[in-house]
Design a protein around this ligand. Structure first.
Ligand SMILES: NC(=O)c1ccc[n+]([C@@H]2O[C@H](COP(=O)([O-])OP(=O)(O)OC[C@H]3O[C@@H](n4cnc5c(N)ncnc54)[C@H](OP(=O)(O)O)[C@@H]3O)[C@@H](O)[C@H]2O)c1
Length: 322
């Protein structure tokens, strides 16, 4: 089968299309013929050797995909060959990949493979942050950084569906329209405007109840400044570099709470995962949640796709087609 592989850590150029054997099915696992593969910002860290999961060289990136089950291993219940599925796994930049059965989601007919590949990581990350890490209530104001990106687009729609006001930030004016289309009541270009000052103005001096921050260094400190009393900041990424060290005494000023989030903590809890999946599919069926696949690339062009993601020009989800 065809797969993307890198033999050394480094920039997008280390990724090459190679021919490798199909992965062998093991107990508890399911092999899927991928029809679409989701690209995540973390794939960039993985390729550089900077992610929580370290590559074992030569390795293949990719943490999610959607396709048709090809073979089911021993000790797996509820899945059979021919089923349409999406899932969270490893080595997904390939024609076939293995998924633990408990990380696999049956895909409803109304969800395409491309939307399915965009679903597991960005949607569940947004849902768990809003409804597990935080408990959104109608009327709260949610600040979504990188609002036009993969997680951002979903987080804004979920926050709107929960009756919240949404303020999005983007780094260029071209993304403003998309952010508005997918739920932002207000959009701030945080390269041009101080987002903390603007957020205070937009909220009449009250501030932000929930701040979803995956940018890090350029945004975290300002996030403390524009937090509402009892506000909550969830740090779930570091696209702009890790934030400076936090003095816990800063939290006293407005009784602010800071949390970290990583999807695997939540997705390894089957009951919680099912709750998130069911809730998001329900919202998709009701037309309140739409996956935005911003651009697709052939599998062979994975390096080009990563360059595009790093250019900060992309909107929505980037998907590879094996
Ligand atoms: N903790 C978790 O479990 C988890 C799960 C999924 C994703 N994440 C994190 O969530 C963020 C979004 O992930 P995604 O896959 O949906 O990606 P994405 O939002 O589609 O793309 C990343 C975005 O980050 C922003 N950005 C800010 N500073 C940047 C920089 N120096 N270089 C490149 N981009 C920069 C860009 O938007 P603007 O320029 O418009 O801000 C860019 O579009 C990432 O930081 C990712 O690591 C975390």
């Amino acid at each position: 089968m065809k797969a993307i592989q890198f033999k050394e850590v480094g920039g997008p150029e280390v990724m090459q299309l190679v021919e490798v054997p199909k992965p062998e099915v093991r107990p508890g696992m399911v092999r899927v013929r991928n029809h679409a593969v989701g690209i995540n910002f973390a794939d960039n860290f993985f390729r550089q050797g900077n992610y929580v999961v370290k590559p074992k060289l030569p390795d293949t990136p990719g943490m999610e995909g959607a396709g048709i089950i090809d073979e089911v291993g021993p000790n797996v219940e509820g899945f059979k060959p021919g089923m349409r599925v999406a899932g969270i796994g490893l080595k997904c930049y390939a024609e076939y990949s293995l998924f633990h059965a408990n990380q696999l989601i049956p895909l409803p007919d109304f969800v395409s493979f491309e939307e399915g590949a965009a679903f597991p990581i960005q949607t569940l990350t947004a849902w768990f942050m809003l409804h597990t890490c935080h408990h959104l209530t109608p009327g709260q104001t949610v600040l979504v950084h990188s609002a036009a990106g993969g997680v951002g687009i979903v987080a804004m729609q979920l926050a709107k569906a929960a009756g919240c006001r949404v303020i999005g930030t983007v780094s260029n004016d071209d993304k403003i329209g998309v952010a508005r289309q997918y739920g932002a009541d207000d959009v701030i270009n945080y390269e041009k405007t101080d987002f903390a000052e603007q957020a205070m103005k937009l909220t009449g001096g009250k501030g932000i109840d929930l701040n979803l921050d995956a940018v890090g260094k350029p945004t975290f400190e300002k996030g403390l400044k524009c937090a509402a009393p009892f506000g909550h900041i969830i740090l779930y990424g570091r696209a702009g570099g890790p934030p400076d060290k936090l003095d816990p005494m800063r939290l006293f000023e407005k009784a602010v709470k800071v949390s970290g989030f990583i999807l695997f903590t939540a997705s390894s809890n089957h009951q919680l995962m099912k709750q998130g999946v069911d809730s998001c599919f329900q919202l998709m069926q009701e037309g309140k949640l739409k996956m935005l696949v911003g651009k697709t690339f052939p599998l062979a062009e994975a390096a080009e796709a990563h360059r595009f993601m790093l250019s900060r020009q992309s909107v929505g989800k980037l998907v590879l087609i094996p």
